[in-house]
Write a protein that binds this ligand. Structure first.
Ligand SMILES: [Fe+2]
Ligand SMILES: [Fe+2]
Length: 268
């Protein structure tokens, strides 16, 4: 089984700053004739703040020629209030996402694998759905099948037991809660987005893959995290019990930096 993962398309209804990268990604996805794609969040540029971006994202997905399994990012449904007090994850943002895009967490069994999509944006929020998702995750992991997990934020940057790292990864407490559940299953892959970087590393038998963005890379506004700042996608090839993942670079991408546009996009 082959799965193509993309991330951080940041589809916008209001500007065309990264539109050529989105168009290059779209052309490439259509040429793949895949039965399904996976998108690990930040589908929209400001879908957590403007419904037009959520709807532009929905319309873009409809033109890919295959269904897409999506999990939301911070630009889609908001974040923990201490990270983004202006756009906290709340019932209304979750409802808008589900109405426009579909479920924010999912389990799909395909060709001998269990694929799990997690809503990373609930983690550490204290929102009532955070605990519901943990219970759901435990049930989803009750399987003999090998498991691949997809979520927006990486579980960690350098090490599974690292101290808080702020904006970029899942916070330590929810991370340890997820790990406690994962230890009871045959998890082989954890694939994320959010960092706008590519990196792959194997820790304790699990392959951790950072899928690059399709829109822009970060420059000086992002600290050194150890990944490669390039646009692209990831192709995952699943065997009977193993998965191999590789970076791919659709033709026509331009590694645009976010910083020249940040003042327009994020005026506050
Ligand atoms: Fe992003
Ligand atoms: Fe993000």
């Amino acid at each position: 089984m082959r799965l193509i993962q993309i991330s951080d398309t940041h589809v916008s209804a209001n500007h065309r700053f990264f539109a050529e990268n989105l168009e290059a990604t779209t052309r490439w996805l259509r040429s793949q004739q895949a039965p399904v794609f996976v998108h690990t969040g930040d589908l929209g540029m400001d879908a957590a703040g403007q419904e037009v971006d959520l709807h532009a994202s929905r319309d873009w997905l409809a033109g890919l020629g295959a269904p897409t399994l999506c999990v939301p990012g911070n630009h889609d449904v908001g974040d923990r209030s201490e990270i983004n007090p202006r756009q906290p994850v709340n019932d209304e943002r979750l409802r808008l996402w589900r109405d426009a895009i579909g479920p924010d967490r999912w389990v799909v069994d395909r060709e001998g694998w269990r694929l799990i999509g997690l809503n990373a944006m609930l983690l550490g929020t204290g929102h009532q759905e955070e605990d519901i998702q943990y219970a759901w995750f435990d049930e989803a992991l009750a399987t003999e099948l090998p498991v691949a997990i997809f979520l927006h934020k990486p579980l960690f940057i350098d090490a599974p037991d690292e101290a808080p790292r702020g904006y970029w990864p899942v916070a330590p407490q929810p991370r340890q809660r997820l790990f406690a559940s994962m230890r009871r299953a045959r998890v082989k892959l954890v694939a994320s987005g959010h960092l706008h970087m590519h990196r792959q590393q194997t820790v304790d038998g699990i392959s951790y893959v950072w899928c690059p963005a399709s829109s822009f890379v970060c420059g000086e506004s992002q600290e050194e995290l150890g990944g490669e700042r390039r646009l692209g996608a990831v192709v995952h090839d699943f065997g009977a019990d193993t998965v191999s993942s590789r970076f791919v670079r659709p033709e026509g991408l331009d590694d645009l930096l976010i910083e020249p546009f940040a003042r327009v996009l994020f005026p506050r």
